[in-house]
Ligand binder design. Structure first.
Ligand SMILES: Nc1nc2c(ncn2[C@@H]2O[C@H](COP(=O)(O)OP(=O)(O)OP(=O)(O)O)[C@@H](O)[C@H]2O)c(=O)[nH]1
Ligand SMILES: [Mg+2]
Length: 365
């Protein structure tokens, strides 16, 4: 199960954005909640191809791909030094595979700003600094343990390597740079995977606007320049408005979206961007019994796809029968016709699965 953690300053609209995505109806208040228990909800990944396959196969059961979103308490300036709630709850962030970082752009006099002014770039830096600070803490703990051991006996070659790498990473973080900007080899990435570093996680910046901020927003320019420079991705949402939007009937919603020149609801946009950011693709299994969308990392092989369905399928893997969704549709949704046209293929273990592949695993255990 894929998890996405929502971070940001207090009162930036995290729970609002969480509600836009999940329709879960989490509490939204004009004062800092101080809640330490996160809100969690599972969301189906909207996918028109999946819907079409369900129409075609009319299966007894259907299961779209899903992602879990976790909404946390606000992260204040100096949380790492014990201010606000402190950073103990950052453990909830550590278990997420990706971060949505909500930044307040909206002006709303009835909602106090913890820094007393609207300044998206400053706010983004405050939260980023807290994430960096937390990673530094993790590193210094590990370093002191390694140093202790080194004083008593010789380190294994692996530990010595780890020590060197962690020292480099520490210097990088002390420079106020996130670990995602540090070039790591695949082997080093594996070495570090157990630490769950927050600044190594892919991050999508969610700019939370008021519905009056439709044109150029002057306050936003500095942050947008920084995002471009760092190659970070951002999405704009009209948090409060889009949360209301989710509660309207479809016709009114359409009208409302036109007024704001939104083409895709914030909900779909955010889920799609999060999915893309994580380098995720979907493949489908389909039949009269069940149509199901599965999530896979880009670059995964057929045998890995089999393993996400069931470990038996990976163990006894013989071949994968594959047809691209587009080819399937172009051939009147007929497997026989796909076979005749040669677009239905038999692939081996090492085949790299493509987004939209329809797969049937042949196996023997
Ligand atoms: N005008 C306007 N108000 C908003 C917007 N987004 C959120 N708010 C208001 O800001 C207040 C805080 O929103 P929440 O979503 O609870 O913020 P939060 O980041 O979850 O807050 P904490 O969990 O307490 O840190 C609420 O009163 C919202 O109605 C927005 O886009 N525009
Ligand atoms: Mg909240």
């Amino acid at each position: 199960m894929l998890k996405c953690g929502i971070v940001g300053l207090p009162l930036s609209g995290k729970s609002t954005v969480f509600n836009v995505i999940t329709r879960a109806g989490a509490e939204v208040k004009p004062y800092a909640s101080g809640k330490t228990e996160p809100n969690r909800a599972l969301v189906n990944v909207p996918d028109a191809r999946f819907d079409r396959l369900v129409e075609i196969f009319k299966p007894r059961s259907e299961k779209p791909a899903d992602v879990e979103f976790v909404d946390l308490a606000g992260l204040s300036r100096d949380a790492g030094k014990g201010a606000g709630l402190g950073n103990s709850f950052l453990s909830f962030v550590a278990e997420s595979e990706a971060l949505l970082h909500v930044v307040r752009v909206f002006k709303n006099d009835s909602v106090p700003h913890p820094e007393n002014s609207i300044d998206p770039l400053r706010d983004w830096h405050i939260v980023e600094a807290e994430l960096i600070y937390r990673d530094l803490g993790v590193i210094s703990n590990r370093l002191s343990r390694l140093d202790e051991k080194k004083a008593k006996k010789k380190l294994t070659p692996q530990e010595a390597q780890e020590l060197d790498l962690l020292k480099e990473l520490e210097a990088h973080l002390l420079d106020e740079k996130p670990l995602r900007e540090f070039p790591l080899t695949e082997e080093q990435k594996r070495m570090l995977s157990g630490f769950a570093f927050l600044t190594l996680k892919p991050e999508l910046v969610v700019l939370n606007l008021d519905d009056t901020q439709t044109g150029e927003v002057a306050e936003l320019a500095p942050l947008e320049a920084e995002m471009t420079a760092k190659g970070l991705k951002s999405v704009k949402v009209y948090g409060a408005t889009e949360m209301e939007l989710e509660q309207l009937d479809p016709e009114d919603r359409e009208e409302f979206m036109k007024d704001l020149s939104i083409t895709e609801p914030g909900r779909d946009r955010l889920i799609h961007e999060a999915y893309k950011l994580l380098g995720l693709i979907s493949f489908f299994t389909s039949g009269q019994d069940e149509v199901r969308a599965w999530t896979l990392r880009e670059g995964s092989t057929a045998v890995e796809a089999a393993g996400t369905i069931h470990s038996d399928l990976a163990r006894g893997f013989i071949r994968a029968q594959v047809v691209a969704y587009d080819d399937f549709i172009a051939n009147n949704a007929s497997i026989a016709q796909c076979r005749d046209k040669g677009v239905l293929r038999l692939e081996g273990k090492e085949y790299i699965v493509k987004d939209g592949d329809m797969i049937e695993i042949r196996f023997n255990v």
